[in-house]
Design a protein around this ligand. Structure first.
Ligand SMILES: [Zn+2]
Length: 244
């Protein structure tokens, strides 16, 4: 019996050792949606699966346009030196559709309306209930609401749910999934506005006016910040706990 148990234990240890770190992070981040990883496939709770690593070498453009799930972890999210890489901008669209909904209508069914910063702003916004993103945004909103100094940045927020493509690309914006929020555009820097172009090969000079205090509050609730990207978008926060 003891022998059988130790063999069983070794098998479990062995099979978990084969799970890539990225897949492990996804399973932990989306427990309601992803069940497990096996033989280079990520399995979802609805019984479907996706190839984890397509084995292809990709240049920067291909990483953005045609990434597999593994590529989403290509760059490490760098919170200490913003503007150095595009970690988190590499997204496999099919993956996010599986998590949040396959179409505008499917995503819309899972949205809920909340009041953003009731004391300072009092604006109605729509966010997804998938992964308890709504609860995370309420927590963020309640904490931000305690800091009147931040009011200008939080007022008149740029938007949450909006099923659309990223300007100049064929890629769906994460605003399509209801887990992304743009704060006040007035204090934001966006690479496309600065270079007056949509060309991702343009040489950019990093700029930011968003206080670190806001970034920190989003970060501790599972959100990455677009102000960290080489292709910076400083108003933009999206729920990506697997990258934190
Ligand atoms: Zn945005």
């Amino acid at each position: 019996m003891k022998f059988i148990l130790s063999i069983l234990f070794l098998c479990i240890v062995n099979s978990s050792a084969e799970v890539p770190q990225g897949a492990e992070k996804l399973i932990k981040a989306y427990p309601d949606k992803i069940s497990h990883y096996k033989d280079n496939k990520l399995f979802f709770k609805d019984g479907s699966s996706m190839i984890y690593d397509d084995g292809k070498q990709k240049n920067e453009e291909e990483l953005l346009d045609n990434p597999d799930i593994e590529d989403q972890f290509k760059f490490k999210f760098n919170y200490t030196t913003p503007g150095t890489n595009d970690a988190g901008r590499i997204r496999n669209e099919t993956f996010f559709k599986k998590i949040y909904g396959n179409s505008k209508e499917e995503v819309a069914k899972k949205l809920i309306e909340i009041i953003w910063c009731p004391k300072l702003v009092n604006q109605k916004i729509k966010v997804t209930t998938v992964n308890d993103v709504d609860k995370a945004i309420l927590k963020i909103s309640n904490e931000l609401d305690q800091h009147p100094n931040l009011k200008p940045y939080l007022s008149n927020i740029g938007g949450t749910f909006n099923w659309r493509k990223i300007a100049g690309t064929n890629r769906l914006s994460t605003h399509s999934f209801g887990m992304t929020i743009d704060i006040n555009t007035k204090f934001s820097n966006y690479w496309q506005w600065d270079c007056k172009c949509t060309n991702e090969n343009a040489k950019l000079k990093y700029k930011n006016k968003i206080p670190q205090q806001i970034v920190d509050i989003f970060k501790k609730n599972g959100f990455i910040w677009g102000g960290n990207w080489y292709h910076y978008d400083t108003m933009h926060f999206e729920y990506r706990p697997e990258l934190l």
